[in-house]
Design a protein around this ligand. Structure first.
Ligand SMILES: CC(C)(COP(=O)(O)OP(=O)(O)OC[C@H]1O[C@@H](n2cnc3c(N)ncnc32)[C@H](O)[C@@H]1OP(=O)(O)O)[C@@H](O)C(=O)NCCC(=O)NCCS
Length: 215
């Protein structure tokens, strides 16, 4: 046996015109941490529900690795978070995640993402979310995708709206202690997806399917 026989998700990968997305392996973690240390957002604001980028570098390193391992620990059919390393020209530059709870019944995925700042604003956030959506709708059979972003987060909301998500209410969150923010919830039924013109290449799904979906 090899590691793919043990953990078939490591063989799952999505290829879009500019990006390769593969499930984060331990050997991707150092480059992803470098992408985080190089900066993901203005320190004055917090785009994430969990304020993981506020940690000091040494704590962030440990938390980041433990977060990746924790997601693996919790994978079982119909209940998972997949963390895709987003790779441009061979270099990991960010993460696109996709989660499901009771997928066989709810047929719903939710997602989150980040890119290192030097690669933001070039359409890559839209490309990686579109890749995730094609995978969810066309390959896993999802009916609905959900997302959310702080109401000030024009880039994240821009990605969602560009791909056809519509507003689905406001909720209040407090990612930083003592500071409430408003979060815009978004929802995308499959038929409303504004699809890109390119085709997605998916590899490794046949093997990964048995850890993602009910037999
Ligand atoms: C959110 C994020 C992944 C988006 O990726 P990106 O590559 O920067 O976004 P894109 O270049 O694909 O832009 C998507 C849309 O938003 C718009 N947009 C991007 N940055 C913007 C900004 N700062 N202000 C206003 N609009 C912006 C773009 O014009 C585009 O809209 P269009 O297609 O209608 O022209 C990325 O900006 C990021 O990592 N931000 C920091 C972390 C974060 O906020 N993560 C999300 C938490 S909810």
């Amino acid at each position: 046996m090899n590691v793919l026989d043990v953990w078939p998700l490591f063989g799952l990968s999505l290829s879009s015109p500019r990006l390769q997305m593969r499930i984060v392996r331990d050997e991707d973690i150092p480059a992803l941490l470098e992408a985080v240390y190089a900066g993901v957002h203005d320190a004055a604001v917090m785009p994430f529900a969990v304020p993981w980028t506020d940690a000091a570098p040494d704590e962030l390193r440990r938390n980041f690795a433990q977060h990746q391992w924790r997601q693996r620990l919790n994978v079982k059919p119909n209940n998972w978070t997949l963390n895709f390393a987003v790779i441009l020209n061979g270099v990991p530059i960010g993460v696109q995640d996709m989660s499901a709870v009771d997928f066989s019944v709810r047929q719903t995925v939710s997602s989150g993402s980040w890119l290192t700042r030097s690669h933001q604003g070039a359409g890559l956030g839209t490309e990686m979310r579109a890749a995730m959506l094609i995978f969810a709708f066309d390959h896993l059979g999802a009916d609905v995708a959900e997302s959310g972003a702080a109401t000030w987060n024009a880039a994240s909301l821009g990605v969602s709206r560009r791909l056809g998500y519509t507003d689905n209410g406001i909720s209040r969150a407090a990612p930083r202690p003592g500071q409430a923010i408003e979060e815009q919830r978004l929802r995308l039924p499959r038929d409303d997806f504004r699809r890109p013109s390119w085709k997605l290449r998916v590899e490794g799904l046949d093997q990964a399917r048995r850890d993602l979906l009910s037999p």
